[in-house]
Ligand binder design. Structure first.
Ligand SMILES: CC(=O)N[C@H](C=O)[C@@H](O)[C@H](O)[C@H](O)CO
Ligand SMILES: CC(=O)C(=O)O
Length: 299
């Protein structure tokens, strides 16, 4: 199993030298109707030095995100969480621990349950509902790929049917899945198949597709997933963002959103440029989850 080489440890998460930054809440706070908005941190999976999942870090990790990064929502077992390299039982243990520890501290815990196997995805969706997740998200299967929007909708529909009471999000990440069906095509008529459908975590670079999703159903949540061009997505009407860098740049991006909302585009751009520089630097280091975990430790 290939997993990230560095792990987030209890010590690094509670390092007293870590600068305590002021938590800035923006007007993109929790919506009264439960609509998912604002920043969502895509959490890392803490591992021990022996490559076992390290559940003991999750409690302090939640506190750190809430208190030091102003994060109110988490997306667990996603790309950043290395879900596709974990076993089903590890994913279940992690989902349960995140939900337990986030109770009363986070507004929403979204559990990614996508797998190559439909049955595994359904099992994880049922489990997420049982352990108190607020929502589930599903990525397109990427070995035998759905070639049409219909085929992808059919897969998503069957997963959603295993947890019909939970809000459901499609996780669009074409660069990794190789499934290049536009998100706008995927969401066409999806509410009649998945009544619990609530939006898309959009980790593609195509802002035309993104804009067309937002304009099609502005009442759903369209959350952007390329942290380095979030400002472009905000201009297209993004309701928030899900990303790995919000683990350590949460406060900075809250400021970016506040600046955008106030119309201070120069300030918003300044913060976005900084994030672009950081991501470009990380790419030069061979940006993978291991490098990303290291950034969280060092920043
Ligand atoms: C592939 C991947 O991990 N994407 C993340 C979420 O979708 C992003 O948060 C990126 O880590 C981030 O945009 C930096 O490229
Ligand atoms: C960024 C994100 O959403 C993920 O890691 O799944």
């Amino acid at each position: 199993m290939v997993r990230s080489s560095s792990s987030v440890t209890l010590e690094t998460l509670s390092d007293p030298r870590r600068k305590i930054r002021k938590v800035i809440m923006t007007t993109m706070g929790p919506a009264a109707d439960g609509k998912l908005t604002g920043l969502v941190a895509a959490t890392f999976t803490p591992l021990t030095q022996h490559d076992e999942i390290n559940l003991s870090v999750i409690g302090p990790y939640v506190d750190y995100l809430a208190e030091k990064q102003g994060i109110k929502n988490i997306f667990v077992n996603g790309t950043t969480g290395e879900s596709m390299s974990l076993t089903l039982s590890e994913r279940k243990d992690l989902a349960e621990e995140w939900c337990k520890r986030a109770k009363g501290k986070m507004d929403q815990v979204i559990v990614h349950v996508g797998c190559l196997s439909l049955k595994d995805s359904q099992e994880l969706a049922r489990h997420a509902a049982r352990v108190g997740a607020h929502a589930v998200a599903v990525i397109a299967p990427s070995f035998f790929k759905p070639k049409t929007a219909d085929a992808l909708r059919a897969f998503l529909t069957q997963v959603a049917s295993a947890a019909p009471a939970l809000p459901f999000y499609y996780y669009h990440i074409p660069a990794i899945t190789g499934v290049n069906v536009s998100a706008r095509d995927v969401i066409e008529g999806i509410e009649s198949l998945i009544p619990s459908f609530r939006g898309v975590k959009f980790s593609g670079s195509d802002l035309v597709d993104f804009g067309q999703c937002v304009s099609h159903r502005p009442q759903w949540s369209f959350l952007y997933g390329l942290d380095e061009q979030f400002l472009g997505a905000l201009a297209m009407g993004a309701h928030g963002a899900v990303g790995s860098t919000y683990n350590y740049l949460g406060c900075d991006v809250q400021q970016l959103m506040s600046a955008f909302e106030k119309g201070d585009i120069v300030q918003a751009r300044k913060i976005q440029f900084k994030i672009q520089e950081l991501v470009t630097y990380a790419i030069k280091l061979g940006f993978d989850v291991g490098v990303n975990k290291q950034l969280m430790i060092e920043i």
